[in-house]
Design a protein around this ligand. Structure first.
Ligand code: FAD
Ligand code: UQ1
Length: 436
């Protein structure tokens, strides 16, 4: 018999055997979908607000990953083991972890159906399902087992990040090629961070003279915020890195080590580039469960209010992170800032009051430009810099590298995921003596 301590608000039922076809049913006051950065953070905050017995989280993965460190793993500066911890260790104690995949969300009946045959009803729903990687959309990209042989890597998944480091180490001479897809991405700086690290690695190992470092991006700019883009253009010029705009990776001919790029300004026109190493940033898109639900906007992203993070049509539904249509750059730093706003929004909604705090679109991207330097980009919805420290953050700094490599992981595991870190907003005000 599956009977929860949520009986006051929930349903307590007979759970016969696994051969039974009737779905097992449960109810929670707050149901969180997805146990990544946003989901774990919000379940910690909801536990604090309402008590652990009122909160459940649905996440199929046994491991939780700190994805931002993969930039350094791909370049050999950190081990992949440092990026993961068991999901069991990050789900707040007492919160119910449903170890399954969400299959369907029915906001009209306030229910969610999961892969293990459960139907979970909720009073409030927080959607934190992240985005979907689409490696399969690149024609000819081989099976991951063969990537080392074909000198391909990708920092975007735990299965492929170490292949980047192999490709770097196996580099002899030729083109080191880096792609950026024609879709929204998470951490828009990551596709070029690995390029700067590759350039640095090749210099360190004396191979740079026999290498061309080529960054082919679908975007019309090197970075979306001018202040940082200007600084990055100076760096690519000084390091003799080739940047080609509006070039989209559409095909890999692995046996010939060729990458095929389409010119987005002249569709149909393609260029074939032979590579000695290829770093793939895959096309990305909305989570299919969100896309297939009534919660999606036309493009498939979770349709939330950009200031309060409350759903635009279903007031008992909220969203956070990469799965949403918030018009800002998708990062864990954005999740941090969103989490404190969403906490406040939900506390107001619970009291039947109007949400009063507004998310300004804060997001941040530590642009790793070498094995010991970072440009710390921070900006808001308007694309204007919103910097925490009272120094020019568009300069390469070793202090910021230390923050990225050593401080951020602690802030993530012990601050963000525990629901204590809501982004640097309050500190920014102090650092700028109340002026920002
Ligand atoms: P995620 O953390 O991706 O979590 C989504 C969760 O949903 C996953 O656990 C997944 O298993 C689960 N899920 C998916 N489908 C289902 C389903 N059907 N049912 C149940 N669960 C499901 N951010 C920064 O701030 N700074 C950085 O320097 C930085 N660098 C990055 C570098 C790389 C290489 C990458 C890949 C990312 C980087 N990011 C960085 C981005 C950051 O990791 C993400 O923006 C952040 O993790 C988003 O959190 P999220 O909760 O929205 O999604
Ligand atoms: C941040 O809050 C965060 O989430 C924990 C990150 O993800 C790892 C970041 O990369 C950054 C830069 C921030 C912002 C924090 C400060 C102190 C500027």
């Amino acid at each position: 018999m599956a009977c929860h301590r949520t009986a006051a608000i929930g349903i307590c039922h007979l759970h016969t055997s696994s051969s039974s076809h009737a779905p097992s049913k449960e109810h929670y006051k707050v149901l969180v979908l997805g146990g990544g950065s946003g989901g774990i953070t919000m379940s910690a905050r909801m536990k604090r607000m309402l008590g652990a017995e009122n909160v459940a989280i649905v996440e199929p993965s046994e491991m939780h990953y700190y994805q931002p460190i993969w930039t350094l793993v791909g370049a050999g500066a950190k081990g992949v083991a440092s990026s993961g911890r068991p999901t069991a260790s990050v789900v707040p104690s007492g919160v119910k972890w449903v170890r399954s995949r969400v299959q369907e969300i029915n906001p009209d009946t306030n229910t969610v159906r999961t892969g293990n045959g459960m139907e979970i009803s909720y009073q409030y729903l927080i959607v934190a399902l992240g985005l979907q990687l689409h490696y399969e959309k690149i024609k000819g990209l081989p099976e991951i087992e063969d990537w080392v042989k074909f000198k391909i890597g990708s920092n975007y998944s735990v299965q492929t990040v170490e292949k980047t480091w192999s490709a770097l180490q196996n580099f002899k001479e030729g083109n080191a090629v880096f792609s950026f897809p024609n879709t929204p991405v998470k951490c828009a700086g990551a596709p070029q961070k690995i390029m700067y690290l590759t350039d640095a690695y090749l210099r360190k190992t004396g191979k740079r003279a026999k290498a061309n470092v080529v960054y082919n991006t679908s975007l019309p700019v090197l970075f979306g915020v001018k202040k940082y883009a200007d600084a990055l253009w100076e760096i690519v010029k000084s390091r003799d890195i080739q940047v080609n705009l509006r070039q989209n990776l559409i095909e890999v001919r692995a046996d010939k080590q060729e990458a095929v790029f389409e010119n987005l300004d002249n569709p149909g026109e393609t260029k074939v580039l032979e590579y000695e190493m290829l770093h793939v940033t895959p096309p990305m898109g909305p989570n299919p469960v969100v896309k297939g639900s009534l919660l999606a906007d036309e493009a498939g992203w979770l349709d939330v209010n950009k200031e309060t993070l409350q759903h635009n049509k279903y007031p008992n539904v909220f969203g956070i992170g990469d799965c949403t249509n918030l018009p800002t750059s998708k990062t864990a730093a954005a999740v941090a800032a969103q989490s404190s706003i969403l906490d406040r929004t939900i506390s107001k909604v619970l009291k039947n009051e109007k949400p009063d705090r507004k998310y300004d679109g804060y997001t941040s991207c530590p642009l790793v430009t070498n094995y010991n330097t970072v440009i710390l980009a921070e900006f808001d919805y308007s694309g204007q810099p919103l910097e925490t420290f009272p120094i020019d953050q568009s300069k390469e700094r070793w202090t910021m590298y230390h923050m990225k490599a050593d401080v951020m992981p602690h802030l993530y595991w012990h601050g963000l995921l525990k629901g204590f870190w809501g982004g640097p907003g309050p500190y920014r005000k102090i650092m700028h003596l109340g002026m920002k």
